[in-house]
Design a protein around this ligand. Structure first.
Ligand code: ADP
Ligand code: MG
Length: 247
């Protein structure tokens, strides 16, 4: 089932919590440069799927292959180092640092004996911070304390912190929750820009937003895949209308 243009291949993935299968023999394949949106009712297992990929939760069975690497036995930090970034639903930025500093501390550094102490703000880092600030639309806010940003700007900053590591696969869990209409549009633009040189998995509920960004949509239900394909195809699928879109 795998082919060379594929970045992620998940097969027979299963996780049980006290006998309840939150993810049930799931197969999912993501291509390089693809932006996949995962939708489905609450409790479908969407967040758990991301937890399994990033190593926060351990699989009961199955495989997750990222390029040539098997992820199911790797610790979280090695999965990050391999090139997978994951944003949780609540932003975890440093409110009392400014935007520049938030991005700067997210720059991946060597793990020398002196760790963070040996770290200097070199031109490379400064350049990368500016590049990312440009991408997330916060270049005019570099000196602003993160706590003072709008809700939407905080979400973009957190995406920027992940971009500092230049992940090959970026996963976002409900990135537009609580955003204004304008912020949602800007976020769609942002995601379209940043997926040009990486793959992304985005969990979202807002169908206009999904339509604006998705290359392909996967619909989950009870830990399984209910439907998969273009937005048009899944929207017209009676099973999907029945368990999700009809409500
Ligand atoms: P979604 O993100 O699609 O709304 P989740 O992945 O959060 O769904 O949850 C899927 C199911 O797994 C839910 O029934 C949830 O209660 C259960 N679940 C998730 N994580 C755990 C856990 N750590 N322990 C027990 N049950 C869990
Ligand atoms: Mg969730």
């Amino acid at each position: 089932m795998t082919h060379p243009g594929m970045v992620l291949a998940i097969e027979d993935l299963t996780v049980s919590f006290d006998g309840f299968k939150a993810i049930d023999a799931l197969n999912l394949y993501i291509d390089k440069g693809e932006l996949r949106v995962v939708i489905g009712p609450n409790g479908a297992g969407k967040t758990t799927l991301l937890d399994l990929i990033c190593g926060k939760t351990r699989a009961s069975a199955g495989r997750i292959r990222f390029n040539d690497l098997e992820l199911t036995k790797l610790p979280e930090h090695q999965i990050v180092r391999a090139g997978i970034g994951r944003k949780f639903q609540t932003p975890s930025i440093y409110e009392n640092l400014n935007v520049f500093e938030n991005l700067e501390v997210s720059f991946p550094r060597g793990r020398g004996v002196f760790g963070a102490l040996a770290f200097k703000c070199t031109d490379d880092v400064r350049q990368r911070v500016h590049q990312v600030a440009e991408e997330i639309g916060l270049v005019d806010a570099l000196q602003t304390e993160a706590g003072l940003l709008s809700h939407g700007q905080k979400q973009w900053l957190e995406i920027g912190m992940l971009l500092m590591q230049d992940p090959e696969l970026l996963m976002l869990d409900e990135p537009i929750a609580g955003m204004s209409v304008r912020e949602r549009e800007l976020t769609a633009d942002l995601l379209r820009r940043i997926c040009q040189n990486r793959s992304m998995i985005v969990i979202e509920h807002d169908m206009d937003f999904v339509k604006a960004i998705a290359h392909k949509v996967t619909v989950m239900h009870q830990g399984k895949i209910l439907a998969e394909g273009s937005m048009e195809k899944v929207q017209a699928d009676p099973k999907v209308i029945d368990v999700y879109l009809g409500h």
